[in-house]
Design a protein around this ligand. Sequence first.
Ligand SMILES: Cc1cc2nc3c(=O)[nH]c(=O)nc-3n(C[C@H](O)[C@H](O)[C@H](O)COP(=O)(O)OP(=O)(O)OC[C@H]3O[C@@H](n4cnc5c(N)ncnc54)[C@H](O)[C@@H]3O)c2cc1C
Length: 517
Amino acid sequence: MSWLPTKDIDKTCESIAKLSAKDAESYRTFVAMSQSVLPLFVPGLYKPAPPLGQLMAMLDSNDEGRLMLDYMQRSSMDILNHWFESDRLKIHLSRLVSENLQLPDELGTGMGMLLMPGIMHTYGVSQPYGGSGKLTEALIKCVEHHGGEIRLNAEVKKILTSGGKAVGVEMSDGEKIMAKDAVIGSMHPHKLRQFVDGVEEPVLARAEKTTLAPFSLFVCHYDLKQKVEFKAKDPAVKQAIMLTLAATDNMREMQEDYDSLKQGKISKRRLLAGNDESHSDPSRVPPGKGMWHSTGFAPFSLAEGGSSRWDEFCEEFGELQQAGFQNFLTNLTPDNIVARKFCSPMDMVRDSPNSFVGGDVHGLAPYFYQSAGHRPTPDLGQFKVPGIESLYLVGPFMHPGGGVFGAGRATAMVMFEDLGMNFDSTVGGQVDADLPATKTRPAAPKDNIMRLYDDQSDEIMAVNSIDTQGDEIVIKGKTFGTMPLVARLGPADLRKALKLALSPKKLASIVSMLFKR
Ligand SMILES: Cc1cc2nc3c(=O)[nH]c(=O)nc-3n(C[C@H](O)[C@H](O)[C@H](O)COP(=O)(O)OP(=O)(O)OC[C@H]3O[C@@H](n4cnc5c(N)ncnc54)[C@H](O)[C@@H]3O)c2cc1C
């Protein structure tokens, strides 16, 4: 049986109702709740995170924030069992969270459970036409267009430092490339010692103590003569961007399989996802041909033989995966297979040895103690290495975590600030000019609240009082519709504000605005 959620909440609820009418109603409420906390969460993904303590205090000041605090301490299973009765639905939703290499019964995975449905029904899921490589190609073009140079097969051996400052890099062939302003490194916290000299021991020790995800991925690629055909008859299955091939519809059995992963054992049933993406994107294959691409879950360190056994075990495990696919497909058969390639968790490490440490393709587990301003550690959470000036960190082990969603922006913001450059006018300004506002701003409500909107006409701040207290102006309101905010402005900053806002030209324009509706 296939079950197909889509971005459209009504259609998704209709399909859930076939499993359980009660769950369909609960799901609608759950998604609305999930969407209500997104305004607190999403803006924080693309900028440096505040210190963890400060973030907790902010969350603890309103209902939506307290809900997040509650859910982020729970396990996904706890939340699923509380809300839903259908095992099929629970299996599907738990898979959304385990995509992030988390086990659904781990305490602290509830945050993913709370957020993912809201994200899916607000933004949907997408992938680049032509495959992920097209994204890399586009980035290369962008870098080169702006005068940058990309070097392939060029391995950095060491960050060069002088007087406590990063001044360049040394390549494995001995070449030295000197930096004009700064060095950016995608260095896993476990690898900091290897790349940078002069970092204080406690900083290194804390970095090396960070925790990796409890399991990894096993990837299978097939070139096929013909596109895959599914046993499931619903034609929408072929078009799905994320397709889980659940080998059981019993949550307890699924949990047993997750438990095996944790113990480094080969699970009784396969934990698979995959699709023939050429059904929806023909550019992936030669005309008329097919493909099969699957990511499945696998332990990194095998209970028998550890991670080093993967090279000899890879083909055998690949055969197990293939048998798993065949339960869902009619034509993944020897006569249809042109070529196949299996990539084990050890291959993930070889692909990106200084990011995917321990097979963790998201850098580090997204546990509470290594999240937000504490990701990967409190020392390194501001994208810099204490004691080494002009060295900046980027990568999936930094805030906001692994995945392909523009996370390097936060590092760029920190660098811009340090280099005295204006991020908004350089980056934000250009994007804003190209992107017309997608929504019309709602008419100002008839109340005494001053509202600030973002460039897409969404409210980001509502100010309900501006008072003076001693030498300060005290502004009170709410950000993102929920989070209480108290901002204080002292004399020096007030002078700066006036300087920023009041050139004669701006003054004329501001005064004329007062007469507009
Ligand atoms: C099979 C698989 C499936 C995934 N699926 C998804 C998905 O569906 N959605 C999603 O959002 N994320 C997914 N991810 C995770 C995502 O790919 C990573 O989080 C992301 O690639 C991290 O990007 P990055 O550029 O920071 O690091 P990386 O992609 O690891 O890039 C680091 C680069 O640095 C290079 N490098 C390493 N050491 C050196 C050195 N010493 N000198 C020079 N260069 C060096 C590496 O070769 C590599 O090219 C997946 C990952 C894998 C492996």
